[in-house]
Design a protein around this ligand. Sequence first.
Ligand SMILES: Cc1ncc(COP(=O)(O)O)c(C=O)c1O
Ligand SMILES: N[C@@H](CCCC[NH3+])C(=O)O
Length: 390
Amino acid sequence: MFDANRITHFSEKETPFYYYDLDLLKRTLDAAKRASTKFGFHVHYALKANFNDRVLGFIREAGFGADCVSGNEVKKAVEVGFNPDQIVFAGVGKSDKEISHALSCNIFAFNVESIQELRIIDELAGAAGKKGQVALRINPNVDAQTHHYITTGLDENKFGIAHWELGEAIEVLRQCQHIELIGIHFHIGSQITDLNVFKSLCVKVNELNNWFDDRGFRLRVLNVGGGLGVDYHHPDTAPIPDFQSYFAVFAEFLERKPGQDVHFELGRALVSQSGSLVSRVLYVKNGIKKDFLILDAGMTELMRPALYQAYHKIENLTAAYSNSTVQVHYDVVGPICESSDCFGKEVLLPQSKRGDLIAIRTAGAYGEVMASRYNLRDEIRYVYSDELIR
Ligand SMILES: Cc1ncc(COP(=O)(O)O)c(C=O)c1O
Ligand SMILES: N[C@@H](CCCC[NH3+])C(=O)O
């Protein structure tokens, strides 16, 4: 819950807007950095979770690398000052233009997702007179036990090179003159809350690490991707994910060969809790079957509930400091002309009225970046916590 001072500040702003708590962001990054450094691990932040310039500035300052999934993300990472030597580029559909641009930036590595892509990077690197460093993204067929839309490491998913294709992949690698295999890469899904899933991933990584070693490939990097989940139900009591326990799983179960580095690509866990979407109640509508709170924010600002039926904690900030004790169940909806434009059904809130400020919490990851202009909505607005002390 936000303090009264902050709510007064919000009430002066035009809604809806994303609010970023930069102090919490910094504390989260410090915790992740401390825990990863303790084990000698390197973290590349997944820009796809949030590429807001100010957020990225803090992440770069904290010393993380960048994991990109498009040419524009590579461009952005370079522009905001990430060291190209700490930029990796994944994605099932990298275009020739994007590959050539990344080669010209001298990024650290391409996480390659198909055999055909290996040949194309080799060709483009040759034409540019470069040598591209590549890691093979392997689909390990490990169930991430998360929402099926954000599971990426099962045989049925489009991501990565299948394990049965690896023989062919190393034949192609042996023929290619302009690429060098530096490692193997995995990313099995997002919002993973059961750490045992990562133990299963380590077992697969160890098997494959040995497989490559047996065939004479001395891998320098084991990249195990991201995926660490956050607590959407308790944004205030559990604002910082347990990075120590997460990294400890890999420290215990991953078998590194001498000289091998371990890379991670965390997105959500680094930025989720420091962002909230702040909105106002436009109308309170008493339907036949239920009551609706109609907000001025919708699925165009935060798509996760409409897309994945994702849970986000909803709070009435105005009512929080009033004496009202009446509680009402509302369907909290947006103004967009889609029935799926709903942030939560049967949400128990203090009795609410037009003009009340509503916060939708844990929206710092996959919030602003997934916004759209559908219905010709306004561009996203922001408020940063340090405006309060400026
Ligand atoms: C290749 C890759 N790396 C890293 C991430 C970041 O994942 P998360 O935000 O769950 O940490 C993703 C997104 O799921 C991804 O596709
Ligand atoms: N956009 C998803 C996560 C997908 C991660 C990218 N592979 C979410 O909001 O949870």
